[in-house]
Each structure stands twice: as C-alpha cells, then as structure tokens.
Design a protein around this ligand. Structure first.
Ligand SMILES: [Zn+2]
Length: 420
C-alpha cells in the first residue's frame, strides 16, 4: 500500500485541507491540521498514522488543488513544440492544409518520435495526465504516425493515460486504400475510430459515416468525428451522426469535435441539437476557437452534455498556436466565451479537467451544471494538479508556474519539469 499526504491545499479553492491518497485513489479530505496529518483534526498533536507508516508528504503550501487536466483533443502526431518557429505555408481548407502537412512533416528538424515525446512530456509537466490524441492514418503516412504516438504512450505510461484515435485526416473516399489503412490502425490497437467532415471533404456523407460507424461496430471502439463544416451543412452532418448513433445503439460512444457552428442556424435548431446530444449521450469537444455560432457552453452544461477541452494541433504545419499548457487553453476558453463571472471561469477549469475525463472514461464523474466541482472527493482518482493562485479565477488569469502534478498518487512533475 502506498500512501501520500498532501497538505495544506485548497481543493477547488475551498478551505485549507489535508488530502490523503492511497494506492492512486483519494481516500480522505479533511480540514487542515497544522500539527498532524489528514484525518487527525480532532486529536491535536497526534501523529498521523499515515505519516508514522512512512507516507510520502507533498507540501501543498496552501496552493489550489484541482483534478489534473484531460486534453480531450490533441494531435500529438503533428506537433512542432520545441522546434524553431516556422513560417505558415498552409493553404485554405482542410485538404490544402493536409497537403501542406504531408509535404513537410517528414523533414522536420528532429524525428517524429522525438517531437511526440517532447510534446507529451511538456503536457504532463504542465498538468495534463489524460490525453485523447489523434494519429493521422492515410495512404501516404500509413501507420507511421500512429506508431509514434503508440510508442510515446508506452514511454509515458506511468505518467499519463493516452487514448489514440485512428484519424482519416485525408478523408476515406478521395484516395484508394484509405479505409484499409484505417482498419489496419484499429487492428494495431487504436482505441477510437475517427471521421472528418463527411460532406465537405469526402462529399459523400452517408458513405463516409457508414464506413466509420461500421468500423466502430466491427472493432467495438468509440467514434470521434472532426466537424469543421459551417452552419446548416454542419447541422446536416450532425443529424446524420445522430441518426446512426440512435439506429446502431451507440449512445455514449460518439464524440463530435470542433462542431464550430452548430449554434448558428436558429434557436429551434440549437435547442433540438442540445436535446438530441443529451438524449443520445453524444459528447462534444472544443479547442476554444474564436468563432461565432458555437453551441452555448452554459446550456450544454445544464443539459448534462459531456464536454471537453483540447489543444488541437500545436505549433505545427496547421497552426502556430498551442504551448502544451491546458491552463493556457482554459484561459482561452474563458476568453473566447467572454466570461467574467468567477463561476463561469471556474466552470472552464471544470471542463478542462473532469469534463474531458468524463469523455475519456465514461464511468468517471460527470459535470451536472456550471456550479458543479467534482473530482476531488474520497474515491476519486488521485490524478491531481497543485497550482499557485489566490482564487481559481486568478489561477486561470495568471497561469503560474508553481505547479505539482500527480498521476495515480505519485508526483510526476514539479515546477513544469518532469520528475523521475
Ligand atoms: Zn483536431
């Protein structure tokens, strides 16, 4: 049995507390006791049993305690984090951007494996311990990118849980052999099957989605579909996804990523979609874009829709944005939503932590509304982030470096550096 005591900290910004972790799980949260350990507040001066049996003590120093971040949408296979800044050479649209990446990714300054490892390491060091990463699979890169992300997952397995989406970034119908490659990735152990813009990229939405849902059924994996399509076209594709989710009994196993403009058509459409997503337990993820017409975040929370945050491609051939820091992306979510009230800024933290975790692990606790702050109670996993800050909102605004990251009760990073 391994026991860790964190003291004193402020769970979700509340009163000073001592938190006991046993075998990777939070087992007690008690008011801080200056003289002893967790659970001993009623017996002044007593030595905590946990301490006397050699528990590891983590000095909380009054910092905020949060569930660790879950990045629910990142492309570890395209990252250039840590490399020299590069001129953006992508053309407009998904196909042109994909071709730009295809022309360049093999000739980066260091190997893909080094890039993936560097970025995942930095993400963990900044507080992320659960990740859903896409890995492009197509007739050009074949499984090369998938294998690099798989190897990184293995390297960091004690520090983060990584899910891999086999992702047909180039579509399924434009290049012969694409479907077969996607299936190869699933045979090789991909956790999730991806899809993308069934109307605008493949221009045959029913066939695209039938292929994706067919593979999901065959390999018994969930689905995560990139939906960049605008306005009514995006709603049309979303409806096709909902139709198949219902018909195939895939409730709770489908995620729509981006879905930039599903809230742009009409109030009636927005309400109908929110109701359908809630009913069929379809998840949504956002990378906090500065676009208008998104589904309203507060109404998604009130409807009980699982919603997560991600960093997308980071400083890669698609975009110069991203810095491996989910606290930074949390700020971006709050900023792009125009939030000022503390409760709403705190809700962004809840989305970036437990919100994403509930997508990666459907059995994890779910957010009920914008005031719900779960994930730090006895019985919850001890994937935790300690971060300096006066209040939760101030931590989001300041994005300080005084952080300690725990994965399954063990410190895996401190002061933005991985610890061995
Ligand atoms: Zn993406």
């Amino acid at each position: 049995m391994t026991t860790t005591l964190i003291r004193p900290v402020r769970p979700w910004g509340r009163a000073l507390s001592d938190v006991t972790l046993t075998d990777g799980i939070i087992t007690a949260v008690a008011p801080h006791h200056p003289a002893g350990g967790a659970g001993t507040a009623g017996s002044p001066g007593a030595v905590s049993p946990a301490v006397s049996t050699g528990a590891t003590v983590v000095e909380g120093r009054g910092r905020l305690l949060l569930p660790a971040f879950s990045d629910a949408h990142v492309h570890l296979d395209s990252t250039r984090i840590g490399l020299p800044f590069r001129e953006h050479t992508g053309g407009p649209g998904v196909w042109e951007m994909m071709l730009n990446d295809r022309r360049n990714w093999r000739t980066a300054e260091v190997s893909l494996q080094e890039r993936v490892n560097e970025t995942l390491g930095r993400m963990i060091a900044r507080g992320t311990t659960r990740v859903r990463s896409f890995a492009q699979v197509d007739v050009d890169c074949r499984l090369e990118r998938f294998e690099a992300v798989s190897a990184a997952r293995e390297t960091f397995r004690d520090r983060a849980a990584v899910q891999i989406v086999a992702f047909p970034q180039a579509g399924l119908l434009r290049e012969k052999g694409s479907v077969e490659m996607l299936e190869e990735a699933l045979k090789a152990g991909a956790d999730v099957v991806g899809g993308i813009d069934p109307c605008s990229l493949d221009r045959d939405p029913a066939q695209h989605l039938d292929l994706v849902f067919g593979l999901a059924e065959k390999y018994q994996v969930p689905i995560d579909i990139h939906l960049h399509e605008p306005g009514a076209l995006g709603v049309f594709s979303a409806d096709l996804v909902l139709e198949r989710t219902r018909a195939l009994g895939m409730q709770g196993q489908v995620t729509l990523s981006h879905a930039y403009q599903l809230g742009s058509v009409s109030e009636a459409t927005t309400s109908r979609l929110l109701e359908a997503f809630a009913e069929l337990d379809v998840c949504l993820t956002s990378v906090a874009p500065a676009t208008s017409g998104q589904l309203p975040l507060t109404r998604m929370a009130e409807a009980g829709i699982r919603f997560g945050l991600g960093e997308d491609g980071q400083r890669d051939y698609w975009s110069p944005y991203g810095n491996a820091d989910m606290l930074d992306r949390t700020w971006q979510l709050a900023f792009t939503q125009g939030f000022r009230q503390d409760e709403l800024i705190e809700h962004c933290l809840a989305v970036a932590t437990v919100g994403g975790a509930s997508i990666l692990d459907p059995s994890a606790v779910r957010l009920k509304d914008t005031a719900h702050r779960p994930g730090l109670d006895a019985g919850d996993p001890a994937d935790l982030l300690l971060v300096g800050g006066e209040t939760l909102s101030s931590a989001v605004m300041d994005r300080g470096t005084d952080r300690t990251v725990l994965r399954a009760g063990r410190i895996v990073a401190d002061q933005l550096e991985l610890v061995s």
